[in-house]
Every structure is written in structure tokens, then in C-alpha cells.
Design a protein around this ligand. Structure first.
Ligand code: SF4
Length: 215
């Protein structure tokens, strides 16, 4: 996988996308759980609803009744489940680390901790590690899997793409921005029905090379 060239192309096209859009690390963590199986617009509504009811802090969430929490995040879908995941994550973080800053000291330990939390799958875990805790790691989502399968004409596993990207991109900024640029490219061009002719990765892409005449 030619990650440096793909990154370079996307960066000249999109530049710094300033991801993740949130006021603080805790809001990123909550957003990473809320965004499971829903659009970002719905997450924003849920976060606004939380903020309008009180201060969005770990202690506030812990004190809140789980049913109230579910009602406040209703716009994000699966709200009863997600309220349980958020509440459980906050209680566990408070008990083991006290606060998010204390989670920024030992990648392997925090990786294992997050992997063991209910409702936190690999994509949510890696989003929290990268965007809330600033660890050098990469997030793979369904857009990334689809993009790489089109670029190279074969399916890759989560870990294959993740390892390749982490070997190629050295800084946390690059890793954050690469994921953001992939999401934008997947919304703008590499959609379900891709718009290959105008795509900035066209000449690097096996699928695009075979499709441009018909787009
Ligand atoms: S050329 Fe087409 S298939 Fe390839 S990355 Fe671009 S939009 Fe996706």
C-alpha cells in the first residue's frame, strides 16, 4: 500500500481538516460512542442536548440516571444501549484512572482497558485513543475498508490497513488527518456509487482506472 502517496494527494486536496470537531477530550470520547451506527448530524444533536442540560463532564454523567441520559441522547439512535455504554465507560474510567489525562500515559494498558469495555469495539476504541487521548494509532471504519479494497482490487483486514498506515505515517496529526480525509473523500467521491472521474486518487486506483470512461 502506497500510504505516503495517498496521504500526499489527499492532503493537497483537503489540507488540515481540524478533526475531531469537539470542545474537549471528554466530548470526543462521548461522540465516539454516540457515532456508532448513526450520522454525525445525529451525534451533534445528542451532544447539544447533553450540553444544554448541564456540564458535560465525567462526574455529571456518573451522577445522571441512565434513563435520563438515554432520553437526552435519543437523536443518536440505540439510545438505551448507548446510554449504558457511556455510563459504564465513565464509571470505569473514574474508578481506574480518575480522569482522562491519566489515560494518556500508557498506550498498551489503556488499549487493553478500552478493549474490555462493553460496547467499545475496535473502531470506537481507536477513535478514543487517537482523537481523545492523542495516541499514535489509526482508526479503520467502513469507508476505509471500502476505499482500500477499491484502490488495490482486494479486501484487506482491519489490522492489515491499520498496521500499514501506522508504519507509514509518523505523527499523530497525520494519523488524525488521514482518517478525516478518507471520510471526506468517501462522502464526496468514493461513495457507494463512486464518482471516479473527479476523484483526486483516480490514477492511483485500480477500480477508478477501470471505471473512468463510464463515469
Ligand atoms: S477513483 Fe473511484 S473507486 Fe478509486 S478512490 Fe476514487 S472514487 Fe474511489
Amino acid at each position: 500500500m502506497n500510504i505516503p502517496e495517498i496521504y500526499k494527494r489527499l492532503f493537497s486536496f483537503y489540507g488540515d481538516l481540524h478533526w475531531w470537531p469537539a470542545e474537549n477530550d471528554f466530548e470526543v470520547l462521548i461522540g465516539a460512542i454516540l457515532t456508532q451506527n448513526t450520522s454525525w448530524r445525529n451525534v451533534e444533536k445528542a451532544i447539544e442536548s447533553l450540553k444544554s442540560s448541564g456540564q458535560l463532564t465525567i462526574d455529571w454523567i456518573i451522577k445522571m440516571d441512565c434513563k435520563d441520559l438515554a432520553l437526552k441522547i435519543r437523536s443518536a439512535g440505540f439510545y438505551n444501549q448507548k446510554a449504558g455504554y457511556i455510563k459504564n465507560a465513565c464509571i470505569s474510567i473514574k474508578a481506574i484512572y480518575g480522569n482522562l489525562d491519566n489515560m494518556k500515559k500508557n498506550f498498551n494498558e489503556v488499549y487493553d482497558f478500552l478493549s474490555g469495555l462493553k460496547g467499545i469495539g475496535p473502531e470506537t476504541r481507536d477513535s478514543i485513543l487517537l482523537y481523545a487521548l492523542n495516541y499514535r494509532t489509526f482508526v479503520i471504519d467502513k469507508y476505509t475498508l471500502r476505499l482500500f479494497s477499491r484502490l488495490y482490487g482486494k479486501n484487506f483486514s482491519y489490522i492489515e490497513i491499520k498496521s500499514s498506515v501506522e508504519e507509514s505515517l509518523k505523527t499523530v496529526f497525520e494519523l488524525k488527518n488521514f482518517h478525516a480525509m478518507i471520510v471526506e473523500l468517501s462522502k464526496d467521491y468514493c461513495r457507494k456509487k463512486p464518482l471516479c472521474l473527479k476523484c483526486p486518487l483516480n490514477d492511483l486506483c485500480l477500480y477508478g482506472n477501470n471505471r473512468t470512461v463510464t463515469d
